[in-house]
Design a protein around this ligand. Structure first.
Ligand code: 5GP
Length: 190
C-alpha cells in the first residue's frame, strides 16, 4: 500500500511493508491463548485492555480463551502525531471496576521503551490485585529504557515503526489485518 500525506504543505510519501501476516498473527495468538488457558485454569482473569492499540489483539485473544474472563479498559497518553516516545505516562481513562482480589492480565499492543507498562504495572499493583501479568503482542527490545519483560509475548520485532492490527500512525492504519512497517519519506529537495 502506498499513500501521501500533507505535512507543512509538503506531501510525505508513506509506504507499507508487511512484517507479520494475518496468518502468522492468528497462529501465534492461538498458542498464546492455549498457554493462558492452561495457566489460568479454574480462574476468572480480568483482561485489562490498553486503548486503543490493543483492541484487535484483545478481541482475537479473548475469543480463543475458554475461561470465564472479564474485561475492562484503560487509556494512557500516547505518541500523538510523533513516532518517538515522550516518556511521560498519563492515565486518560481509568478502569471502571476495582481490581483488588482479581487475577489481572494486562493486554497491550507493543512494548517499546517499556515506560508505559512499567508505570502501569506499578500503578495497578498499588490497587492490590491477586496477581498481575502482562500479555503483549509485540516487543521491540532494542529500544528499552527501563527493564520490562512481558509474561506472554507474541513476537519480538526489530526497531521499526509498525502499524495495523490495531496499531496506528496518527489514528490511521488501525484497520489493516497485517502488521506492517510504516516507511515515511519526505520529498527530495533540488
Ligand atoms: P513504550 O512506553 O513501551 O515506549 O511505548 C508503548 C506504546 O507506544 C505502545 O502502547 C504504542 O502505543 C506505542 N508504540 C511503540 N512502538 C510503536 C510502533 O512501532 N507502532 C505504533 N503504532 N505504536 C507504537
Amino acid at each position: 500500500m502506498k499513500g501521501e500525506k500533507e505535512e507543512g504543505g509538503e506531501a510525505v510519501k508513506e509506504s507499507l511493508e508487511i512484517l507479520l501476516s494475518r496468518e502468522q498473527i492468528a497462529a501465534r495468538v492461538d498458542r498464546l491463548a492455549d498457554q493462558i488457558n492452561r495457566d489460568y485454569e479454574n480462574k476468572k482473569p480480568l483482561l485489562v485492555c490498553i486503548l486503543k492499540g490493543a483492541v484487535v489483539f484483545l478481541s482475537d485473544l479473548m475469543r480463543r480463551l475458554t475461561l470465564p474472563v472479564e474485561i475492562d479498559f484503560m487509556a494512557v497518553s500516547s505518541y500523538g502525531q510523533s513516532t518517538s516516545t515522550s516518556g511521560i505516562v498519563r492515565i486518560l481513562k481509568d478502569l471502571e471496576y476495582t481490581v483488588s482480589e482479581k487475577d489481572v492480565l494486562v493486554v497491550e499492543d507493543i512494548v517499546d521503551t517499556g515506560l508505559t507498562l512499567n508505570y502501569l504495572c506499578k500503578n495497578l499493583l498499588q490497587r492490590r490485585p491477586r496477581s498481575l501479568k502482562v500479555a503483549s503482542l509485540l516487543d521491540k527490545p532494542e529500544r528499552r529504557k527501563v527493564d520490562f519483560i512481558p509474561d506472554y509475548l507474541g513476537f519480538s520485532i526489530p526497531d521499526h515503526f509498525v502499524v495495523g492490527y490495531g496499531l496506528d500512525f496518527d489514528e490511521r492504519y488501525r484497520h489493516l489485518p497485517d502488521i506492517c512497517i510504516l516507511k515515511r519519506r519526505a520529498p527530495v529537495q533540488d
